[in-house]
Design a protein around this ligand. Structure first.
Ligand SMILES: [Zn+2]
Length: 235
């Protein structure tokens, strides 16, 4: 839902993300609700006489009023509003997390790879698993395992991430491969530069993989410091 202006009557489907304690007798409930597009504060006024919402449940909030409080948008539920519990589970925005850990493994299908021009899947020896023998294009990626001392994270670094860390972009990778007459030379080079190094990675969890948005090297930290550095950076 797009909420940008105060004083608008809107209806929205959202999940209750969090309930806060309220010290005000005028407030029945206050907290956060959200859908795929974002999270917003909500207030149910005591005077509205509306039933209580529960954390983790999804509702249709009908005829609620947008408001701006201390520069942030919120929605207010008043006596003209309706709150209807939904059977569906409203999805929240993907959570971005930050992990600091050592890159303990780089998988074999990393480095200079070929992707299918139709579906972008990685091809093996010129064969797409879906489309068979088709035209491919070169790409650079690293599939690796990051260990933060507590968990393993499977991460995928794209060309941009790899370039930021190693200075090797797709053009340079192709040059390395052609100079040494070996595609695997790129993988060896990347392993030399990345394996065992500490990385700070910021990304979103998509299935089993952590899709990396930003990555940088971390130098000279011990394990207890790493543990402390693990934190969630946003809701
Ligand atoms: Zn394909």
């Amino acid at each position: 839902a797009e909420i940008t202006k105060p004083g608008q009557w809107v209806s929205l489907k959202a999940k209750v993300v969090q309930l806060w304690d309220s010290s005000s007798p005028n407030v029945s409930q206050v907290g956060l609700i959200g859908d795929e597009t974002g999270i917003i504060k909500f207030v149910i006024w005591a005077k509205s006489g509306k039933g209580e919402v529960e954390e983790g449940k999804s509702y249709l909030f009908r005829n609620v009023v947008t408001d701006s409080f201390q520069g942030r948008m919120q929605v207010n539920i008043n006596r003209y509003s309706e709150i209807i519990e939904l059977d569906e589970d409203i999805k929240l925005p993907p959570r971005e997390i930050e992990v600091v850990g050592a890159l303990v493994a780089i998988q074999q299908n990393s480095g200079l790879i070929q992707r299918c021009t139709i579906c972008k899947r990685v091809m093996t020896k010129g064969i797409c698993p879906i489309h068979g023998k088709v035209e491919g294009y070169d790409d650079l990626r690293v599939k690796g395992v990051l260990d933060d001392g507590e968990n393993f994270y499977e991460i995928i670094l794209n060309e941009e991430n790899i370039k930021a860390l190693t200075g090797i972009d797709l053009e340079k990778a192709k040059k390395i491969a052609s100079e040494r007459l070996d595609k695997n030379a790129v993988l060896s080079e990347l392993k030399n530069k990345l394996l065992g190094r500490y990385l700070k990675v910021r990304g979103t969890k998509g299935g089993r993989y952590l899709i990396v948005n930003e990555v940088e090297f971390i130098e000279g930290i011990d394990k207890s410091a790493i543990d402390k550095l693990i934190k969630e950076v946003s809701l």
